[in-house]
Design a protein around this ligand. Structure first.
Ligand code: FES
Length: 328
């Protein structure tokens, strides 16, 4: 049995359970980011698409209303750039190859995650807690893409090392965990004059921590999608779902009806208006987007057209959307 075959024995629920079992051992910088990553690439969607024949698949994709880039195989090396552990992606991919070449594999997912993360830890002298998140993303990537697309069959470990690169600028790469956490916590004050003039509070929405211009300002009371409209740059080159003049978040209805505007919150989930169970909560179930929560119980998958911030928030935009509730 190959390592990919071994990973294929575990159900989507077992993958989620394994992440939550190891949650106390995952560094806080990547715990919610890993939950968001797994929500962005649900194994259930992959299984449903693979269950259809190649001829039937395009019709199923249309039926599910899939838009954007939902296939993980299209971004093997780039889907996880919002994890701090992405800095160790080449070593993680090599470690997965090394473990896949072993003659026997650990029996459970938490044991597999730990075995690979320990391997990476030894090669790059970084504590395991910083590596578990990227390890889980890497193993799920192998699970969904298969050994050949992951490089197990065509690339040896040595060749793979040269082929895989970290997708960060040197400046972002050099950012320490403490610096990232400080930026995420930072709440902008209004200043005395702003307060005296009765100026409405403004909050910073960061949608790409790795880009120097990856944020926009939002006025208190606005939802995230409305605030994004203040950003008039053209984002279609990065994401064909974006509409010129509407900002970096793809939107259609602005009324919780289409599911286009879902986002994953990396920091500040507790600074968002609660989910209305009769509206946003109900619609999220129809759309089928997974619903992970922070350790404190705050939801981290939100509809940007419904979530109203009460402070600065850092989030990421998934590369696809659809209405997959019937298969998840
Ligand atoms: S834009 Fe349609 S659900 Fe938010």
């Amino acid at each position: 049995m190959t390592f990919a075959d071994h990973l294929a024995r575990f159900t989507p629920e077992e993958w989620t359970e394994a992440l939550e079992t190891l949650a106390p051992e995952i560094h806080p910088i990547d715990l919610d980011a890993t939950r968001v990553w797994l929500a962005f690439f649900p194994l259930q969607l992959h299984l449903a698409l693979m269950a259809a024949s190649p001829e039937e698949r395009p019709a199923l994709e249309r039926k599910l209303g899939l838009m954007g880039q939902w296939r993980l195989e299209d971004h093997v090396d780039t889907s996880h750039t919002f994890l701090h552990g992405h800095r160790y992606w080449p070593q993680t991919r090599r470690a997965i190859l090394a473990v896949s070449a072993e003659t026997s594999f650990p029996a459970t997912l938490p044991e597999i995650f730990t075995r690979v993360a320990d391997h990476v830890s030894r090669t790059c002298s970084v504590d395991r807690d910083q590596l578990l998140g990227i390890t889980i993303a890497g193993l799920m990537t192998l699970r969904q893409c298969g050994g050949e697309k992951f490089g197990i069959d065509k690339l040896g470990i040595d060749k793979l090392g040269a082929a895989v690169r970290v997708q960060l600028t040197p400046e972002v790469h050099a950012r320490s965990i403490r610096q990232i956490q400080r930026r995420r916590r930072l709440q902008r004050g209004q200043g005395l004059f702003g307060f005296l003039r009765g100026r409405k509070k403004r909050y910073r929405m960061t949608f790409d921590e790795n880009a120097p211009d990856g944020s926009f300002e939002l006025i208190a009371g606005q939802d995230i999608a409305s605030g994004a409209q203040s950003d008039k740059r053209d984002y279609r080159a990065k994401d064909s779902r974006c509409i010129p003049g509407e900002g970096p978040i793809p939107v259609e209805c602005r009324a919780a009806s289409c599911g286009t505007c879902w986002v994953g919150v990396l920091a500040g989930a507790d600074r968002l208006s609660p989910i209305d169970p009769a509206d946003e909560g109900k619609r999220l179930k129809v759309f089928g987007y997974p619903q992970p929560r922070t350790n404190d119980g705050a939801p981290i998958i939100r509809l940007a057209c419904q979530a109203r911030p009460t402070g600065d928030v850092t989030f990421v935009i998934p590369p696809w959307n659809g209405i997959i509730g019937k298969i998840i």
